[in-house]
Design a protein around this ligand. Structure first.
Ligand SMILES: Nc1ncnc2c1ncn2[C@@H]1O[C@H](COP(=O)(O)OP(=O)(O)OP(=O)(O)O)[C@@H](O)[C@H]1O
Length: 251
């Protein structure tokens, strides 16, 4: 399976001081697959994302992206191999329009220069990419709107558009539903579903269980820094070890 895997975690461990934060985590995500990551508070989900994206370097084990060992590579180097990530907290520039936000992300991919008058052609191309990405997340009608006044749901869509502008093959979504009003959930779910249908590989941490279970192909369950289970949503929810881990919490 390794050669058709977009992402491989091979016995990944992270020790900080005396604390064992991740222990022997191994799983593979196939190209085009969507996998959800769940687990009780403090289970290690964010740390796992940090290890995959290069924010943290594991103290043992390997991380492979598209077959390449990226274990010791930095965040921007992993981006070059096709990894993109959104964060729990909003990363948009509130005083810039939605289009400008995506255009800057596109420009960073197209050649680094963020000054539009120095690279007019790249600027035009970046604007075209920005409009295409905004369209993909159903936000084209807000292209000229300041990002700061968008609803939480639209800000999340904008972050996904900014991510798409960097053309990632593997997309990490960190709690995309966090802070999103109930009226915006369905639209955002549709955008994430479309990301998946377009052939991208998606890994998503999400506390909104109903949303997650309805979207993903498989669910990875973290508990005390270990991978407790990885299977279809139905099989995972029927797993007694998983139910035990969530005892006292709502699954
Ligand atoms: N830099 C650090 N030093 C020491 N302990 C840490 C560090 N970072 C995280 N931890 C601990 O590692 C564990 C896993 O944290 P992590 O944030 O990855 O969990 P999580 O599953 O994302 O939790 P939540 O659902 O609450 O966001 C927690 O017990 C946390 O306190």
């Amino acid at each position: 399976m390794e050669d058709r895997s977009a992402l491989v975690l091979d016995a990944v461990g992270l020790q900080i001081g005396g604390a064992r934060i991740l222990h022997d985590v191994s799983f593979e995500v196939a190209t085009g697959e969507m996998v959800g990551v769940i687990g009780p508070n403090g289970a290690g989900k964010t740390t796992l994302f940090n290890v995959i994206s290069g924010v943290l370097i594991p103290t043992s084990g390997r991380v492979l992206l598209a077959g390449k060992d990226v274990t010791s590579r930095k965040v921007h180097q992993r981006a070059r191999v096709g990894l993109g990530r959104t964060f729990q907290t909003s990363s948009v520039f509130p005083g810039l329009s939605a289009r400008e936000n995506v255009r800057l992300a596109a420009q960073s991919k197209l050649g680094g220069a963020t000054s539009p008058w120095r690279m007019p052609r790249a600027g035009d191309e970046a604007t075209a990419v920005a409009m295409r990405c905004l369209d993909e997340v159903e936000l084209a009608h807000h292209a000229g709107t300041d990002a700061g006044v968008l609803s939480h749901g639209d800000k999340r869509k904008l972050e996904i558009a900014m991510l798409l502008a960097t053309e990632p093959e593997v997309v990490l979504l960190d709690e995309p539903m966090a802070g999103v009003g109930s009226g915006d959930v369905a639209g955002l779910v549709e955008v994430i579903r479309r990301l998946h249908r377009s052939g991208r590989t998606v890994l998503m941490v999400e506390h909104h269980m109903e949303v997650l279970l309805g979207l993903v192909d498989r669910v990875a369950v973290m508990h005390h820094g270990e991978l407790l289970a990885i299977d279809t949503p139905k099989a995972v929810m029927a797993d007694t070890a998983v139910q035990q881990a969530y005892l006292g919490e709502t699954v």
